[in-house]
Ligand binder design. Structure first.
Ligand code: HEC
Length: 164
């Protein structure tokens, strides 16, 4: 019985070789498979990123030119004062005089324009005139907000308009 047992458990040199080779190869196969898996995952992610970047690039290309976002469209509309509208939008040109805009607080720039009357100035601010974009480029502004901003600017340069 004991002899038989010894026979069964005795390790032959061949078994040692097989065990050694197996012990080395199995982890190598495992590592190889893990690398394949990681590379596969990376490949799909890189693909997604490229798609996302492309989508963003397209959105960037087709977005409207000269968009000026003044109010969050989903937020309840709160009418701005003339000063607030000026500080949010009009100041971009009317503080520096960019594009030949009459400067805020500059009587010389405004005298002739004020002479046209408040209604004409408001109408021109709403519709735009020459280099002055309609609504100062801020389509979300209401007529009343523009009228207040016009009064705020013109009054800073000697007019005495009361905003509608
Ligand atoms: C992109 C620059 C720009 C912005 C922003 C802008 N303006 Fe002007 N604005 C101009 C220029 C340039 C003129 C002079 C146009 C002309 O007479 O040739 C002008 C002229 C005006 C005039 C005089 C119009 C007239 O009949 O003489 C008013 C009033 C006016 N802007 C109001 C506003 C108000 C109100 C805002 C803000 C809501 C605003 N502007 C924002 C450039 C701008």
């Amino acid at each position: 019985m004991s002899e038989h047992h010894e026979e069964m458990t005795k390790t032959t040199p061949m078994q040692v070789v097989i065990a050694t080779v197996g012990g080395l190869v199995a982890p190598l196969i495992a590592i190889f498979l893990i690398i394949q898996l990681v590379l596969g995952i990376q490949a799909t992610h890189v693909g997604e990123d490229a798609d996302g970047a492309q989508a963003r690039a397209v959105a960037e290309r087709i977005k409207p030119v000269g968009e000026v976002k003044v109010v969050d469209a989903s937020a309840p509309k709160v009418e701005k004062s003339g000063e607030e509208v000026f500080n949010a939008v009009c100041t971009a040109c009317h503080t520096s005089g960019a594009l030949g805009a009459p400067k805020h607080g500059n009587k010389g720039d405004w005298a002739k324009r004020i002479g046209q009357g408040y209604d004409t100035l408001v109408k021109n601010a709403i519709n735009g005139i020459r280099a002055m974009p309609a609504r100062g480029g801020a389509a979300g502004l209401s007529d009343a907000e523009l009228a207040r901003a016009v009064a705020y600017m013109a009054n800073s340069a000697g007019a005495n308009f009361s905003a509608k």
